[in-house]
Design a protein around this ligand. Structure first.
Ligand SMILES: C[S@@+](CC[C@H](N)C(=O)[O-])C[C@H]1O[C@@H](n2cnc3c(N)ncnc32)[C@H](O)[C@@H]1O
Length: 280
């Protein structure tokens, strides 16, 4: 089906949808079922227009030609879903404060290092929530070798995350006590993370379905609400790669609608509906 659009709207055919779908799968592991044809149009058409092309076909030829790499990254950013919030799924943060951080604190006070990873951090609400939980349970963590690695494939959201500035309305999910301890007013209607907490997170662009440059293991990994966009094989491969990056006895937190398949748990034991523990 060739969908001719009104003037100013780029042409978009089934073949274009199949092509975007292949690119999303190959570049990011993101899978779009047939039902997402319109969603793909609404996410990508702005990029097609901004890059000055009259059709998806011309735009995709450009993206896939030598020299199209920058635009390829913008296309992948346009295709990602970035919904997130502070302290999303509170039980994870309670578990982090009560179970993980005390162990991590003992480890770093004995001269070791403490590493946590927010593996699809979006605009940063997740890693900043992790950092607030760490400092609540371990107030001098920023004086020790403790870091929260925060990564995402989308460079735009990683930049926003690193700025650490949020509208007041969004920060309402943070208690008044934590707001006054970790944030300061910024402009008319925003708050900004300030003080020692800023030394905890390290923000990087990283594709979960490519090679990972970092070495070492993590006391806990948050990989939440991202594998829902991957196909099953990609998901299962990722769980095992993440399990390899956990310390013995470390924890993996997944999204509310995500599960590690029971047939292949990669040494992960389910300890709560969305919490897994690596064998000690
Ligand atoms: C819905 S958000 C989840 C944010 C946060 N983890 C949470 O649960 O609130 C999904 C994030 O996964 C990122 N993402 C999608 N594919 C990715 C990939 N292959 N590698 C790394 N991040 C990816 C998207 O850019 C997006 O920011």
């Amino acid at each position: 089906m060739n969908t001719m659009r009104p003037a100013g709207e780029p042409d978009y055919t089934d073949a274009d949808f199949q092509r975007v779908r292949r690119i999303a799968q190959e570049e990011a592991g993101i899978y779009f079922p047939d039902t997402k044809r319109t969603l793909v149009y609404s996410r990508v058409s702005r990029r097609v227009r901004e890059a000055g092309h009259a059709s998806f076909q011309r735009y995709l030829d450009f993206v896939q030609a030598p020299g199209g790499r920058n635009e390829m990254e913008k296309l992948i950013c346009a295709l990602t879903t970035n919904v997130t919030s502070f302290f999303r799924e509170k039980t994870h943060f309670t578990h982090l404060e009560e179970v993980v951080v005390p162990r991590l604190a003992a480890q770093v006070r004995a001269g070791g290092r403490g590493r946590l990873w927010s593996a699809a951090c979006s605009t940063g609400q997740e890693p900043w929530s992790i950092a607030m939980s760490v400092l609540s349970a371990f107030p001098d963590a920023h004086g020790h070798d403790v870091r929260v690695l925060a990564t995402d494939i989308n460079s735009d959201v990683v930049s926003q995350a690193a700025a650490g500035i949020y509208p007041r309305a969004e920060a309402e999910a943070i208690s008044a006590e934590k707001q006054s301890r970790f944030m300061e007013p910024y402009g008319d209607d925003a708050l900004r993370f300030t003080g020692g907490i800023r030394s905890l997170p390290a923000f990087r662009v990283l594709n979960l379905n490519a090679d990972w440059p970092m070495k070492g293991t993590f006391a806990a990994i948050f990989c939440r609400n991202v594998v829902i966009y991957f196909d099953e094989a990609t998901r299962e491969r990722l769980w095992c790669r993440l399990a390899e990056r956990l310390e013995p006895g470390g924890f993996l937190y997944v999204g509310h609608s995500e599960r590690v398949a029971s047939k292949n748990q990669c040494g992960l034991e389910q300890v709560a509906p969305t919490i897994y523990r690596k064998e000690p």
